[in-house]
Write a protein that binds this ligand. Structure first.
Ligand code: G3H
Ligand code: 13P
Ligand code: ZN
Length: 311
């Protein structure tokens, strides 16, 4: 099976009350861990690549790793550009074989966001590629750009119909309180997503797939392991999984997870090296790290996304 777009995945997810996991990939072990879990659970899958991932691993290496995963697993996999920052980056990924791109012009004024998104949509749709756009700003760090909580803003539901109809985008990322990275909420406060905003957006866009970025739940056992074996991540807090599950049962069709993969990998490698100070073969610590990613993704598929056995 060749790479697929997310069109059919989202239609089924919307009607079925579940979401597709969009996991960030940067190297072979991450691709393998994610796709092995999805294969065992017969889960449709989005693998996404950021600008930083392309700079780190190179477009062709990532493309070929994902193609290898398609051959090995036979899964329907959508290959997506995460946070495309310009028409040129999106064009490069469309021309280079991606089946989906995000144009993230959410930090620009409304009219400018519409203009650049529409330009990407025209180019993408002519080539059979789908486009995710964003309205509203998330707090946190992505591609080295830091947005403080004060500068973040929830999506304004009154803008979504005009934005979607004028751009022709295929899905919309909205800001309802999630944020990028491992420090999403202040310690001592109660993490709570704005389901009222999601509900209002969904009412105005019936049947339209909504995307949640910044949706790692920052498992505390992983944070504790990192802190126990030489790391220092006090106060790392994520989005409660029951809230993500609830969002997946509504109009949210794509849930982005990256930080949790990083935590799983880092916690495992820290533990391994601390317990085996004599070892230096990367395969020996990358093997359990890959297994930890697989276990984490399997957990997300079953307990958060609800997309197991949906192929
Ligand atoms: O939203 C950002 C993703 O976690 C990708 O992170 O830009 O460091 O690759 P990155
Ligand atoms: P997390 O940092 O919460 O994993 O979010 C990832 C993301 O939104 C990628 O676009
Ligand atoms: Zn994101």
């Amino acid at each position: 099976m060749p790479l697929v777009t997310s069109k059919e995945m989202f239609a089924k997810a919307y009607n079925g009350g579940y979401a597709i996991g969009a996991f960030n990939v940067n190297n072979m072990e991450i691709v393998q861990g994610i796709t092995e879990a999805a294969k065992e659970l017969e889960a449709p899958l989005i693998l996404q690549v950021s600008k930083g991932a392309r700079a780190y691993a190179n477009h062709t290496y990532l493309m070929k790793l994902v193609e290898a995963a398609v051959i090995e697993t036979g899964l329907p996999i959508c290959l997506h550009l995460d946070h495309g920052d310009s028409f040129e980056t999106c064009k490069s990924c469309i021309d280079g074989g991606f089946t989906s791109v995000m144009i993230d012009a959410s930090s620009k004024p409304f009219e400018e966001n519409i203009e650049i998104t529409r330009k990407v949509v025209e180019y993408a749709h002519d080539r059979g590629v789908v486009v995710e756009a964003e309205l509203g700003t998330l707090a946190g760090i992505e591609d080295e750009v830091k947005v403080s909580a004060e500068d973040s803003s929830y999506t304004r539901p009154e803008e979504v119909e005009e934005f979607v109809s004028r751009t022709g985008c295929d899905s919309l990322a909205i800001a309802i309180g999630t944020s990028h990275g491992a420090y999403k909420f202040k310690p001592g406060t109660k993490p709570q997503l704005r389901f009222d905003v999601l509900e209002e957006v969904s009412k105005r866009l019936p049947g339209f797939p909504i995307v949640l970025h910044g949706s790692s739940s920052v498992p505390q056992d992983l944070v504790e392991k990192i802190n126990k074996f030489g790391g220092a991540m006090p106060g790392a807090i994520g989005v409660p999984e029951d809230q993500l599950r609830h969002a997946a049962s509504l109009s949210v069709c794509k849930i982005n997870i990256d930080s949790d993969l990083r935590l799983a990998m880092t916690a495992t490698i820290r533990e391994f090296l601390a317990l085996h100070p004599d070892k230096f073969d990367p395969r020996e610590y990358l093997k359990p790290a890959r297994a930890a990613i697989k276990a984490l993704v399997a957990h997300k598929i079953v307990n958060v996304l609800g997309c197991d056995h949906k192929i």
